[in-house]
Design a protein around this ligand. Structure first.
Ligand SMILES: NC(=O)c1ccc[n+]([C@@H]2O[C@H](COP(=O)([O-])OP(=O)(O)OC[C@H]3O[C@@H](n4cnc5c(N)ncnc54)[C@H](OP(=O)(O)O)[C@@H]3O)[C@@H](O)[C@H]2O)c1
Length: 342
């Protein structure tokens, strides 16, 4: 039987616990499609899973990889949504660090042929997260003011680009070396290592902000509520692990319930997707269209060959990368391109 390779998380631990394994390339089951993967993303949620803290991760061992773009290369019985040769995307949560993936055909979204695979894959998790927080949780309006914490990251840069398209006035916290990324979207950068963002914003915006999009957790939540105006809203989406998640959720609830006119909620793409896929199926095509029109410019921190997920995870954890790290099928990487930041 033909074989394919994937990168499996063998136990909790550092990037080295990610190991290449071989599996049989079987035929898809009824209702399933087999996808030849072109691109998959590496993000902070993968690190949280690798440490064993993510509620939607399966039991170890498993293959991580939260989002994929690829081609349908075989379909099982009763599949009509997609056909062999279709280019598709999926929010897989896990399974993407592989040459092939099996998925229910109901979960696939068509991807326009002209899009670059690396750019398209960044939209599935980071941009849908950012888009839904802006337009479904916050319902932002042009001219409103917002702070993005963790603004240089994958979700952060997506929030900045979509926030700019929505006409927001934006502030972002990021380390100094990444401020250029924020300035490109007309956001005012705040270096959290040398400046207290609460003080900076209280000085620049004494009336307070309409929204805070909070991607870091911990005391950023309490401080985020402090810079909101009365009637303002904090949308939290990031944290550093399960041990802090419960405390962070409690902080968001506390800020929401205090009788100060401010509100807060925790946004989670996977919880929403599992409850109802319709918003995801509506929003991802909107983002593909914006990318086709070049209204979005996903920041690709670095491109690695698909099976070099361990190296890609090490780079992510080093904090050196900005935007999204992407794993690509070898045919999409020119010689040496995997090593070169773009
Ligand atoms: N709720 C949801 O639906 C949802 C969806 C996607 C992601 N997430 C979560 O959102 C958060 C951000 O994800 P992401 O993929 O955008 O992250 P990311 O790309 O890794 O970026 C986050 C930023 O954090 C800073 N950082 C770097 N190294 C770090 C380290 N070792 N520890 C902490 N921060 C570090 C960096 O900025 P500076 O160098 O400027 O400090 C980096 O640009 C994560 O908690 C992730 O799990 C949530």
């Amino acid at each position: 039987m033909q074989k394919y390779r994937s990168v499996r998380l063998t136990r909790k631990g550092p990037p080295e616990v990610l190991q290449v394994v071989e599996s049989d390339l079987r035929e898809p089951e009824p209702g399933e499609a087999r996808i030849k993967i072109q691109a998959t993303g590496v993000g902070r949620t993968d690190v949280i899973m690798r440490r064993g803290y993510y509620p939607y991760a399966p039991k170890i061992p498993f293959v991580p990889g939260y989002e994929v773009v690829g081609y349908v290369d075989a379909v099982g019985a009763n599949v009509s949504r997609v056909a062999i040769g279709d280019r598709v995307a999926a929010l897989t949560v896990y399974g993407g660090y592989a040459e092939y993936l099996y998925r229910s055909a109901d979960e696939l979204v068509h991807v326009p042929a002209a899009l670059d695979a690396a750019e398209a894959v960044t939209l599935i998790l980071n941009y849908v997260t950012a888009y839904q927080m802006l337009h479904r949780s916050a319902r932002v309006q042009a001219g409103q003011k917002a702070l993005m914490t963790g603004a240089s990251g994958g979700v952060g840069t997506a929030l900045l680009q979509l926030g700019q398209l929505a006409g927001l006035k934006m502030y972002g916290t990021a380390s100094q070396g990444k401020h250029r990324l924020l300035q490109e979207t007309s956001a005012t950068p705040i270096d959290y290592r040398t400046q207290d963002f609460v003080e900076v914003i209280q000085q620049l915006e004494p009336g307070g902000l309409d929204f805070v999009f909070e991607g870091l957790g911990g005391n950023y939540i309490r401080r985020g509520f402090a810079v909101l105006r009365r009637g303002g809203k904090l949308v939290a989406y990031g944290n550093s692990g399960f041990s802090t998640l419960l405390r962070d959720l409690a902080q968001v609830q506390l800020g929401h319930r205090l009788p100060n006119g401010k509100s807060g909620e925790f946004y989670g793409i996977t919880a929403l997707y599992r409850k109802d896929r319709t918003p995801f199926f509506e929003d991802l095509p909107i983002l593909f269209k914006l990318l086709e029109e070049r209204k979005l410019k996903p920041i690709i921190g670095q491109r690695f060959p698909l099976l070099e997920a361990a190296r890609a995870n090490a780079l992510l954890e080093s904090g050196q990368a900005s935007g999204k790290i992407v794993l690509l099928a070898p045919e999409l990487l020119s010689a040496g391109a995997g090593m070169t930041p773009r």
